[in-house]
Design a protein around this ligand. Structure first.
Ligand SMILES: NC(=O)c1ccc[n+]([C@@H]2O[C@H](COP(=O)([O-])OP(=O)(O)OC[C@H]3O[C@@H](n4cnc5c(N)ncnc54)[C@H](O)[C@@H]3O)[C@@H](O)[C@H]2O)c1
Length: 332
């Protein structure tokens, strides 16, 4: 069977590097083209998971050979078209990530997340790319009576939710009009190794606790999220590449509702198993604009159609995450 040629946008980031590591662990000769503007992820982050050639826009060939990094922006319609040459599967991860930056600068969020995906889908169409996986989120759904699922009417609260919803809409249109097999995966709150630069709650609290800083919970901590360990998330991406699906949306999470207070308690308990003398102080601050109160996902559709089955509960996932931070922080 011909091996797949991959294009991973945002491949130097948290999810991108984890995905590349997974692909390479089962095929060390995989052909992976990476497009990243290096605004968040770095060349060093990528070199931790693969060896690669860094090439210029003008050096893009008819198809990738081994791993190659192209520094470029998804808002640039010329480069996004050129990187799609000879590609079988696009995993589109590059984005303005998260609610807070979108509230601060909605226009920038829109340019990255709406123009960015339109450019990538155009590239996919021009070069007859077979599969297009889009990193969506629970944010398009907005404030709903949980669990959220694919049949609920989206009502985004944040600009980020709105831009991800627009991405889902373009995925639907490019499948139905042009036949690009798009799959929008609505990720829950992803945590795990390689997330050191993230400001999401698990990574932030581990870094702060290990640095002896006070943990600040936004609001009363009763807000809920669905926390998914990175390995489970990667397995969902791989399943959506392998299954012959197109024009679909899937909730990818664990079907477990956890309050931020519960998460914090569990995290501190796990941290103390590794650092018995750790003294962690927790305070409560203001609610954040754009955040929803309750959010967890019914994942029945992903289970039924993709065969997705998360393997990590919070305890197991947090321990694996703390171990990685411990190994890489120098703090022992
Ligand atoms: N991490 C989560 O919990 C989570 C949850 C839901 C959805 N998502 C989505 O998954 C995707 C990946 O998230 P992540 O956690 O790996 O984020 P990340 O910030 O670690 O990685 C994103 C990567 O994209 C690159 N990038 C950003 N803007 C770009 C642009 N304009 N052009 C080219 N590259 C650009 C960054 O340099 C970075 O390397 C994002 O689309 C995000 O919205 C993540």
């Amino acid at each position: 069977m011909k091996q797949l040629n991959w294009l991973i946008t945002g491949g130097c980031g948290f999810i991108g590097t984890s995905l590349i590591q997974d692909i390479i662990s089962s095929n060390p000769n995989a052909n992976i083209r990476i497009l990243d503007n290096l605004s968040v992820g770095t060349v060093e982050d990528l070199s931790e998971v693969c060896s690669f050639n860094q090439i210029r826009h003008t050096q893009i060939t008819e198809s990738p050979c081994g791993c190659e990094l192209i520094e470029g922006d998804i808002r640039d319609s010329q480069i996004t078209e050129d990187v799609c040459k000879g590609i079988d599967v696009i995993v589109h991860l590059a984005a303005n990530t998260g609610v807070a930056p979108s509230v601060e600068n909605p226009r920038q969020d829109c340019e990255n997340n709406v123009i960015g995906i339109l450019n990538m889908l155009e590239g996919a169409r021009q070069h007859s790319v077979n599969k297009f996986i889009f990193a969506s989120s629970g944010a398009p759904l907005g404030e709903q009576e949980p669990p959220i699922h694919e049949e609920k009417v989206p009502r985004p609260v944040s600009p980020y939710g709105a831009s991800k919803l627009a991405g889902e809409a373009y995925c639907s249109a490019y499948y139905r009009t042009f036949g690009v097999k798009t799959v929008a995966l609505r990720f829950g709150n992803v945590y795990g190794p390689r997330s050191k630069h993230k400001s999401s709650v698990v990574a932030k609290f581990i870094k702060e606790a290990l640095a002896g800083e006070t943990l600040e919970i936004y609001g009363d901590g009763g807000q809920t999220r669905d926390f998914i360990y990175i390995k489970d998330l990667i397995s969902a991406i791989m399943l959506s590449v392998q299954n012959d699906v197109g024009g679909e949306v899937f909730q990818i999470a664990t079907y477990k509702e956890t309050t931020v207070n519960e998460l914090t308690k569990q995290l501190i308990k796990n941290l103390k198993e590794y650092y018995p003398n750790l003294n962690v102080r927790v305070i409560y601050g203001e609610n954040r604009l754009g955040d929803v109160r309750r959010n967890y996902s019914d994942i029945t559709k992903a289970k039924t159609i993709l065969g997705f089955e998360p393997q990590y509960d919070l305890n197991k996932g947090l321990k694996a995450t703390i171990e990685w931070f411990k190994e890489t922080s120098g703090l022992r």
